[in-house]
Ligand binder design. Sequence first.
Ligand SMILES: Cc1cc2nc3c(=O)[nH]c(=O)nc-3n(C[C@H](O)[C@H](O)[C@H](O)COP(=O)(O)OP(=O)(O)OC[C@H]3O[C@@H](n4cnc5c(N)ncnc54)[C@H](O)[C@@H]3O)c2cc1C
Length: 635
Amino acid sequence: MAHESSSGSTGSSSNSTGTSSGSAATTTTAAAASKNNKANKNAAISKATYDTWYVIAGVTGACMAVYLFSVANAWYIRRRVAAARRAGKAASPPAATTGASVSISRVPKALNAVFANIAYYRVWPLWIWSATSTAEWWWTWAYTGIVLGLGFWGCISNGKLDYANPMGYVAFGQIPLIVALSSRNNVLSWLTGISYEKLNYLHRASGRLCVLTTWLHTLGWFKKGLGKHGPGTNIFLTGMLAAVAALIMWLTSFALARKIAYEFFLISHITMGIIFIVGSYYHWPRLGEWCWVGLVIWAFDRVLATCRMMWVNKVWLMPFSSKRAAHSACTVELVDPDVVRLTVNRPNMKWSPAQHAYITMPGVATLRYEQHPMTIANIQSETGDVTFIIRAQTGFTRRLVHRLTEQKSSDINCYLDGPYGMSHGLNHYDSVILVSGGTGVTYGTAHLLSIMEGSRNATTAVSNCRLVWNVREAANVSWIAPMINEAVAKGLGQTRFHIDIYITRSAASDEPGTAHVAPIEDTATPEYSPSGSTENVNDKGSASSLGDEKYASIAGLSAEAAQLVSWHRGRSHIEGILRSDRSESATDGAGVAVACCGPSGLTLDARRAVCKVNSAGSILRGQNDVTFYSELFGW
Ligand SMILES: Cc1cc2nc3c(=O)[nH]c(=O)nc-3n(C[C@H](O)[C@H](O)[C@H](O)COP(=O)(O)OP(=O)(O)OC[C@H]3O[C@@H](n4cnc5c(N)ncnc54)[C@H](O)[C@@H]3O)c2cc1C
């Protein structure tokens, strides 16, 4: 996409042949100077593209340092607090919620909370920037500004703005980053600890930038005249092919297109991506190194995914029909008219809490080898069972439910590719609140089971852990009941566990990724006392009014597990729960963590609650700070 002008001084040197030797010498010198000038200009543009990569490397290095520090800090806190608890030392008491004096030594923590609230926890209103955090907004625009700024640097030559070639260089320079950010086996994720799904907004930002600069390059050349690179030439055809492929990629990647026809989006995106890279390479082979790097990153991701899939599913046993059935078998149970619990035995798969895996069911999917990401609801155990809870949508997941209801067949082969995503352990916090909606409980259950295991082995710093689950029916608790029953039967250790079930009876309000929040029937949301209260929100009064035993038996909970559960009507009041749990949290752990996976409405509620409670004033007065994590079922 970047090429030199076909007209101008290069041609003028031949026209001058035959004139006086003095004039010829002058022309030759001018041509040489012009060529030199152009070479310098191209070198400057090329350098600007490399400069972008120095910036990317610098930012990645800084994020890596922060990540390493936070991992080491979490490890140290968890070990220190767990050792103190094992030795029988009492937890440091919580700070008073009212009347406590301000401590200057807590200024860094308070500033950190203010920064986290503004940059990460608060999101922009949907109508301004589709529920994006300030940090995402900042990185998107900072990246766009830096790349365009460096690209336009040197565009002005001889008093004229000539952006055609610089923009071509910028487009080439984006290829490796776009590919790297789209891959599941993502080196940038491993270095920074930021999961590949969370980095997807930068994939989109660099993709948009690549489309924009490709077309600026194209239009720039049309404007200044194509000269000898006109229609019919190789450079023109390959350039137009790449530019049109980039445009199609952009047009088919809007959220609406992904929602309506995800598989079409995926296939067209990959096909157009390959056409763009190959077209760009043949358009201007001198910049082919960027294409090669992109292809190598893509191949690395695919080869690693294939090897992992072969290892997890023991693919080498597949040629033997007697072994194939056993090693691709799975248990599929319809636990609700629209929800399936899938259990796959894969002892070779090792994962951390709340990671996800891609499932493939060739006998169910329309395109045999479709892959669908699902969060793993349980934790690693000696049995090797991997459990998923899947809500039927309209495509593959709906076909799975049909297969069970209409064909009455659960004889299904399943292959797993995973685990993926960066798991953030919560075992170093003192108090953990897991807020879930519908099948988002997979994320909450995985963390709950991990903390239960940590408490049993006395390796966790968590003294209080609460699962808050907004769900349509009491019977829906049966989705997770076997996992909870099993964990409780093994013993719970010292940590206090609470499971608060909020029965919303709303079909549209409790699924992750649901943009629209429907009004909730029967919303007698439990009352919580004002800020600073130490009242226990796990109020058995409201529970018994719904009939604990009746619900526990509908849900299939064991008597021991039922002891942990409180039943409520309506939606959870996250701010009240958070205030109450924080006021009781000890100060020797890493504070309070709120981890949320649910529909947009629930996640927004949780974000608002965290921003309100995590105020600088309360932290200066000795209260614990609150860290917020959120997980969405989509990108
Ligand atoms: C990291 C992650 C974890 C998830 N965990 C769970 C879980 O534990 N339980 C659960 O029920 N759902 C989970 N999902 C959502 C689940 O992947 C989709 O609901 C499922 O792929 C829909 O398949 P479908 O063909 O029936 O969808 P459709 O009805 O065709 O589409 C429904 C929605 O799912 C999206 N979608 C479709 N196919 C894919 C795909 N291959 N990859 C990503 N998104 C897709 C579409 O964009 C659309 O928004 C998770 C998604 C992600 C990204």
